[in-house]
Design a protein around this ligand. Structure first.
Ligand code: ADP
Ligand code: GLC
Length: 489
């Protein structure tokens, strides 16, 4: 089965969040499950720098009259199963060669030409589906998030009615980011007027790339079973729940996994000492080093709560800010690595100044520090308002940093709350709370501290967490069965 994976990000070349971790790990797992995978990426600077011996394979005319080049090469740093991952890049410097964030300018405003940029990506996928590369064409296109949504529409509405129909799978990583553009962009994106209606990509008078994916893809997946249910409700459907309910037969949740080559405390090169479930001793040194590195008191017995996150409303950061005093008063420490909303960044920086030795904050993006934090902390905080899957709770589990999560989306699917029954049968792996309130969150913090004060129970829960397996092979097999339903191999 030949699969073309389409995304805007890929780890380790370009990452703004969990999407990149997923698109970087899935190709080699799909390869192991019997697929031949190539990826298509926009030619962002980091991607162009990571692609080796890229040769032009073809070009096509964009709806606005520009000729766009597609190159083909290999991504030396991304595993593809057999050697480096094979990749097409849409090499259009005018659209993609910009420093910094791939979607926004330095003032965090979305680029004014995003409709054009990601329409170009969609058309590139459709052209590859229809023979742009004479040597290889996919049986199926698998697109990720709104950046890839238009590809599903371009494939379905491909102008040559006699051409083979190339099916598409569309994976929603976050329904809240939709790629909305004014109706004046319709001509520019090159789709017929018929697409701009309720039975199409029109969303309250706007063009929605997310809806293009949801409406035109042959199958929709999302990144956890619980989120697949939640997005069919008015509360969590972001206005698209009606469409998702109508398409529920074509929608399923496939839980993300963890790339063991990147996230494994036994082999992680970012750690001062490696450790694993049988020899967890190294974690003590990781904690002490982390405390010193971050300017926290070097207190082995202070429960160290950590958060590695985009600082956005979705992540429940207000709950954490409101709990700073009670964490410190209970003898705990708080460590935050994050970036995002400027006001939230300021609020956390202020909390660190107010609690020297008890609260440490690093504003920015730092992959290596993230690894050291999961290894050195005791609890990973993820009190999200909603969470399609969430990866950091799984990293926390693997690194013996018990997740304290709100029971939504993928968090509900991956963490088992510690209570008397789950402690007894050893299924407990963390702490789960439900109401999105300061009281509920702070009560969960108290429960974590109490558990921490019972070292034997704590060690048991940590052991069960570290033993969890989140294998990409398992997830890849589920994707393959979705592909098979469409192309019947
Ligand atoms: P989301 O994709 O919604 O941001 P996930 O939990 O799925 O949430 O994935 C977040 C990914 O980004 C994880 O790999 C996490 O370690 C990483 N991450 C988030 N913020 C930072 C940061 N400031 N520095 C380093 N890594 C970060
Ligand atoms: C999104 C979601 C997150 C998920 C990630 C990878 O960014 O917010 O929950 O883990 O995508 O699928």
């Amino acid at each position: 089965m030949r699969i073309l994976q389409l995304s805007a990000e890929i780890f380790p070349l370009l990452k703004t969040g969990g999407l990149a971790d997923v698109t970087g790990a899935l190709p080699s797992a799909l390869h192991a499950a019997g697929c031949e995978v190539r990826v298509l990426l926009p030619g962002f600077p980091a991607v162009m720098a990571g692609v080796e011996s890229a040769e032009t394979v073809g070009q096509f005319l964009a709806p606005w009259g520009e000729t766009l080049q597609v190159r083909f090469g290999a991504l030396a740093d991304v595993p593809g199963g057999e050697g480096p991952l094979k990749a097409y890049v849409l090499d259009v410097p005018g659209l993609f060669d910009r420093p910094g964030n791939p979607y926004e300018d330095a003032q965090r405003r979305p680029y004014a030409d995003n409709a054009r940029r990601f329409a170009a990506l969609g058309w590139a996928a459709a052209h590859l589906g229809h023979g742009l590369d004479r040597h290889w064409s996919p049986d199926l296109v698998h697109g990720h998030d709104w950046h890839a949504g238009l590809a599903c529409a371009c494939l379905r509405l491909w102008p040559d009615a006699g051409a083979r129909r190339v099916p598409s799978v569309y994976t929603v990583h976050n329904l809240a980011y939709q790629g909305l553009f004014g109706p004046q962009h319709l001509e520019e994106i090159g789709l017929p007027q018929v697409a701009f209606q309720m039975e199409g990509l029109e969303f309250h008078g706007q063009i929605s790339f997310m809806k293009a994916g949801l409406f035109y893809a042959d199958r929709i997946t999302t990144v956890s079973p619980t989120y697949a249910q939640e997005i069919q409700t008015t509360e969590q459907g972001c206005g698209l729940d009606g469409l998702l309910r109508a398409r529920s037969e074509s929608l399923s949740g496939i839980l993300n996994a963890v790339d063991d080559a990147v996230w494994n405390p036994a082999t992680d090169r970012h750690l001062a000492r490696n450790f694993d479930v049988r020899r967890p001793g190294g974690k003590v040194e990781c904690k002490s080093r982390l405390q010193r590195e971050m300017g926290l008191d070097d207190a082995a017995d202070a429960p160290l709560f950590a958060m590695v996150s985009r600082l956005a409303e979705q992540k429940g950061v207000h709950l954490v800010l409101a709990a700073v005093n009670s964490i410190v008063q209970s003898g705990g420490q708080l460590l935050v690595l994050g970036s995002g909303d400027a006001e939230l960044e300021r609020a956390f920086s202020l909390a660190a100044i107010q609690h020297p030795g008890g609260v440490a904050v690093h504003i920015g993006y730092d992959e290596a520090l993230a690894h050291r934090i999961f290894a050195g902390s005791d609890v990973t905080l993820i009190p999200s308002r909603f969470e399609p899957c969430g990866l950091t709770q799984m990293y926390g589990l693997k690194y013996g940093s018990l997740p304290l999560v709100r029971g939504v989306g993928g968090l509900a699917d991956t963490v088992v709350d510690a209570d008397l029954a789950t402690l007894e049968d050893q299924s407990a792996t963390g702490v789960v709370f439900h109401d999105f309130t300061d009281e509920a969150f702070q009560y969960a913090l108290r429960r974590s501290v109490a558990l921490y004060r019972h070292p034997r129970a704590w060690a048991k829960v940590r052991r069960s967490g570290m033993r969890q397996s989140f294998s990409w092979i398992h997830a890849a097999q589920q994707y393959v069965s979705v592909y098979q339903q469409l192309i019947g191999h």
